[in-house]
Design a protein around this ligand. Structure first.
Ligand SMILES: Cc1cc2nc3c(=O)[nH]c(=O)nc-3n(C[C@H](O)[C@H](O)[C@H](O)COP(=O)(O)OP(=O)(O)OC[C@H]3O[C@@H](n4cnc5c(N)ncnc54)[C@H](O)[C@@H]3O)c2cc1C
Length: 596
């Protein structure tokens, strides 16, 4: 049976040391978000995830969703778990109090999302999509739309979706065909087919609000001609109760590799009534609000899977007895030593651990900057924080989901043949994690976003939001002898990142295929340096606490040793990435299409 315990101690460490204890409460409107309150909230959230959501993860995978006569049923226990979730107010944790939310920082929600995704990734899709719909509507919806719908998304009695993909277009949304025809009453008739719609239909809520990308009759071609519409499953009555059925229905659900308890639906819109969200033809802008938040959230899904995979791999490695330590028997009283004595098993475990803890720290920093971007009193600070988040979004999405998949794969490997068996529980993590690398823009598209949009933006201004603080931290510790084993590898990798950036920028200007061919390796190089930066900060904090005799010494010493592993065994992969980036586009592009 798989296990899961929310990593509360590590979360607290990251909040104190990477974000800064009490920093959230300094932001206007978040005065109540003190470290103690956040700790209490997360402890309660941890209980929910461990005791309610996690026990449904394997059964949800076995049962999956079912589809009959247009009705989708989630697996046994999901509805009750969802009710527990919304009745305790978790859906509105970081939502606007004006619509019934609790107004806590987004970072607190991000931390909770990690626990949810560890416990039950499929379950997390439902509230996650609703929160995405809330964000888009809150930012771009008209007041009447907000008044009518936001409260129901916040209390979770109604759910949300995001309807972009069509049979002929996923990445290239400029080809969307779904039509929106204006009606005299100010609403629109929406007609078209959307596929792969997560939570498109289910039995958890009394209504579902679809946010749909469609084209107006006079729309210009491409992404500049796309508008965003709100299309409810049931049209609401004046008093806010559920009214008649709208012209939208689920045609079928997909049978998938993973996240089987999350419904993935074909949605048919037949002159369904919808309302415009934001301005005509500016739907992509509004949808980007949803997509950017969703990209960060998908990154956190990767982190969640990585954590639970690691925990299960460790538990098994301590218990499974095979072979003897290369140093001689460590447990002579037993028939064999636990496999955790073997260097290769330790390498696997530490790889998963170092990536996971590094990602948690980076995720927290980005989550905090998201709150700063929204709430800080100073406009310039807000802008700089927003630029940092923009830059890091594709990295969090792609790197963390790669980490999630790799950690799940490691967990299977550590379990040996038992890992390949369904009952053990870890092969599900591989299957579940795989989609995170694909949806919300594939990881290849994230890399293109980084080199094509974020890198050149405003002559590299976004890049400076990362490069400057990293350079400052390296410089500050360059002469500190005790930190040399951490600072020097980071300094070298950082220099490679700077050099690669300059080369890609220069070559990419002349030939975009040069940038395209380097993009994925560049994103990974960037991500490794970003995690190295986090490890430097964490190791410094851990050493300071140890020197002061504060905190849990076992936890802090493990931080130092994991940092050492990251710097010595993982960060050097940046050398290989640098070499492949420098090899340029020719090895990728020279083989003619017919020769494939
Ligand atoms: C389980 C699941 C849930 C989903 N949930 C939703 C949802 O809720 N709402 C929704 O709207 N969609 C959803 N999707 C759709 C998902 O976002 C798309 O599948 C994804 O964006 C990729 O689009 P595609 O499948 O059409 O692949 P394609 O766009 O056809 O891409 C195929 C391959 O080509 C690459 N590629 C494409 N264009 C380029 C390019 N310009 N440069 C480089 N490489 C390129 C891609 O990286 C990919 O590897 C879901 C999909 C699944 C499987």
């Amino acid at each position: 049976m798989p296990i899961y315990k929310a990593p509360l101690e590590d979360v607290r460490f990251v909040l104190d040391e990477i974000v800064g204890a009490g920093k959230l409460a300094e932001l206007p409107g978040y005065e109540d978000a003190t470290p103690d309150l956040i700790a209490q909230v997360l402890e309660e959230g941890a209980k929910l995830c461990e005791e309610v959501l996690f026990p449904l993860n394997q059964s949800g995978d076995a049962e999956g969703c079912t589809f009959e006569n247009g009705v989708v049923r989630t697996p046994k226990g999901f509805k009750e778990a969802y009710n527990t979730y919304i009745e305790a107010g978790w859906q509105g944790l970081s939502c606007d109090p004006a619509y019934g939310g609790q107004g806590l920082p987004k970072l607190v929600n991000t931390m909770l999302e990690e626990f949810i995704c560890s416990a039950n990734l499929s379950f997390g899709m439902y509230p996650g999509l609703s929160l995405g719909a809330y964000n888009a509507l809150h930012t771009y919806g008209s007041d009447p739309l907000k008044q009518r719908f936001l409260g129901r998304l916040v209390d979770g009695t109604w759910a949300g979706t995001m309807c972009l993909t069509e049979p002929h277009c996923g990445t290239d949304l400029g080809m969307i065909r779904t039509k929106a025809v204006p009606r005299e009453d100010g609403s629109y008739a929406i007609t078209g087919t959307k596929i792969f719609i997560s939570a498109g239909e289910h039995d958890l809520t009394e209504n579902i609000l679809h946010l749909v990308l469609a084209r107006l009759p006079d729309a210009p071609a491409g992404t500049r001609g796309i508008s965003l519409f709100l299309v409810p499953k049931f049209l609401p009555n004046e008093d806010g109760t559920v009214g008649p059925r709208n012209g939208v229905a689920c045609g079928s659900i997909e049978h998938k590799m993973g996240i089987k308890a999350s419904s993935t639906c074909v949605m048919n819109f037949e002159e369904a009534t919808g309302w415009l969200v934001g301005e005509p033809h500016k739907g992509m802008r509004a949808m980007f609000v949803m997509m950017n938040a969703a990209r960060l959230a998908v990154g956190i899904q990767g982190l969640g899977v990585a954590e639970v995979s690691y925990q299960n791999a460790v538990a098994y490695a301590k218990e499974r007895l095979q072979g003897r330590s290369l140093k001689g028997a460590q447990h002579p009283d037993k028939p064999a030593d636990p496999i955790i004595v073997h260097p290769d098993v330790r390498r696997n475990l530490l790889t998963a651990r170092a990536f996971t803890e590094g990602a948690r720290a980076l995720g927290a920093l980005v989550g905090y900057q998201l709150d700063v971007a929204e709430r800080h009193a100073d406009e310039r600070t807000r802008k700089e924080a927003d630029e940092f988040v923009q830059l890091m979004t594709p990295i969090v999405k792609a790197l963390f989901t790669d980490i999630g998949f790799d950690a799940a794969n490691i967990a299977v490997q550590v379990h040996g043949g038992h890992g390949f068996i369904w009952e053990t529980g870890v092969e599900q993590y591989v299957r579940d994690a795989r989609i995170c690398q694909i949806y919300e823009g594939t990881n290849g598209i994230q890399a293109l976003d980084l080199v094509g949009r974020k890198m050149p933006q405003d002559m590299g201004r976004l890049l400076r939001r990362f490069f400057h603080p990293v350079a400052a931290d390296i410089e500050a510790d360059m002469e500190t002898e005790e930190l040399a084993e951490f600072v020097l590898p980071l300094a070298k990798a950082f220099a490679k990142l700077q050099q690669a950036t300059a080369v890609i920028a220069q070559k990419g200007l002349k030939d975009p295929e040069e940038a395209g061919a380097a993009a994925s390796d560049y994103l990974r190089l960037f991500g490794f340096v970003a995690l190295g930066w986090m490890w430097l900060r964490m190791v410094k904090a851990a050493r300071m606490r140890l020197a002061a005799g504060e905190g849990n010494a076992t936890f802090l010493e493990a931080k130092v040793k994991t940092a050492r592993f990251y710097m010595a065994k993982l960060l050097p992969q940046t050398n290989a990435l640098f070499i492949t980036i420098m090899a340029g586009a020719k090895p990728v592009m020279e083989l003619d299409e017919p020769a494939f």
